[in-house]
Design a protein around this ligand. Sequence first.
Ligand SMILES: Cc1cc2nc3c(=O)[nH]c(=O)nc-3n(C[C@H](O)[C@H](O)[C@H](O)COP(=O)(O)OP(=O)(O)OC[C@H]3O[C@@H](n4cnc5c(N)ncnc54)[C@H](O)[C@@H]3O)c2cc1C
Length: 384
Amino acid sequence: MDFRFSNEEEGFRQEVREFLRKEVTPQVREEADSGIGWGPHIWELVHKLGARGLLTPTWPKEFGGLGLPSVYRFIVHEELDYAEALPHEALTVGAGVAGPTIMLYGSAEQKKAYLPRIARGEIEFALGYTEPQAGSDLASLQLRAEERGDHFIFNGQKVFNTRCHFAQYHWIAARTDVSEPKHRGISLFIVDLSSPGITLRPLWGIDGTRTNEVFYDNVMVPKDNLVGEKNRGFYYTVTALEFERVLSVGRLTKTFEELVHYVNKTPSLRKDGLVRQQVAQIATEIEVAKLFVYRLAWLQTNRTVANYEAAASKLFSSELSQRMAATGMEIMGLLGLLQKDSGKAPMEGKFEYLVRETLLNTIAGGTSEVMRNIIATRGLDLPR
Ligand SMILES: Cc1cc2nc3c(=O)[nH]c(=O)nc-3n(C[C@H](O)[C@H](O)[C@H](O)COP(=O)(O)OP(=O)(O)OC[C@H]3O[C@@H](n4cnc5c(N)ncnc54)[C@H](O)[C@@H]3O)c2cc1C
């Protein structure tokens, strides 16, 4: 057992950190905090990450990657997360979900058309899974894709499709066969979000971030945009969700360090025995969360299936983020309720925001209950 990163891995981490210190400008942070998604400054950062191969460090060189083991992807992810560079999650959907699935199941043309552009940070995808009647139970989705000549015609609705207003492509699961049992009639497609017949309607979250309802009204999608085999999409989607669960506690750690700094410089708090207990508890839990994600990175580097370990890590980190937000709020008391622009908010209102923001952590990307189900069935062999 060896808990250290190698010298090469540490050297790589320092390079990434140095790069982010220069490139994550106040404008990038402001955009990341604004809730509107990626604007020009984040796109510029994504282009620069792409130019260095940092969006896709583990991809083969022929597709624009660096050909490195999985642990390097984890290191980039953790540093991006620590630098609070991108809103909510550090990975792009293109590099983290669409690209790896195209690499596994896509056609030669799709690989050529999308992978190098994802690697260069030129394009982004929006996840198009959830529908009003299909969230945790994704196999119930109804958005219909009917074959007509050399096209599919799409009709239906998605909801909570977060990146659609700034991504170029929809990574969308649609029903292609109504006669088969529900999970056997779903296919995965790449849809150009500027196609006629697509309408977006913004949904604003409690944390002020935008997600979307997406309506498809007779949208023509070329058959070439089907990913892999028709009606196998549900299985590809499950694989893709595994890619999504590359986790890090970078942001959690950064925010916690700031909280400790705040406590230390506030005379009424730094010697308070109760506050000391509270921060020591969170410090311990962050260590646990870190070990969970490091183990996951190690399992993935060794190409071991890690679905229930990923679920346990997601469950623990997301619930910990809420515990930490609540702890910060308790420590700050009434002042903690003030918002950023009030002028008197401790830590510029970070914890007031965090309490609202972390609510989504136990829903998006799979709820805590679903994570517990995965641990019970795949980890503990309990029946479905
Ligand atoms: C901010 C945000 C961004 C999102 N972005 C995207 C996106 O970009 N693309 C996308 O496709 N989706 C996105 N989602 C949707 C997200 O994946 C779903 O909200 C999530 O999977 C839960 O589905 P649901 O909302 O339909 O809730 P439901 O599935 O209806 O669940 C309701 C409740 O029932 C519980 N539950 C459901 N099934 C079980 C079960 N079998 N056992 C025990 N309990 C159960 C759940 O845990 C939950 O508490 C986003 C969601 C949020 C909040």
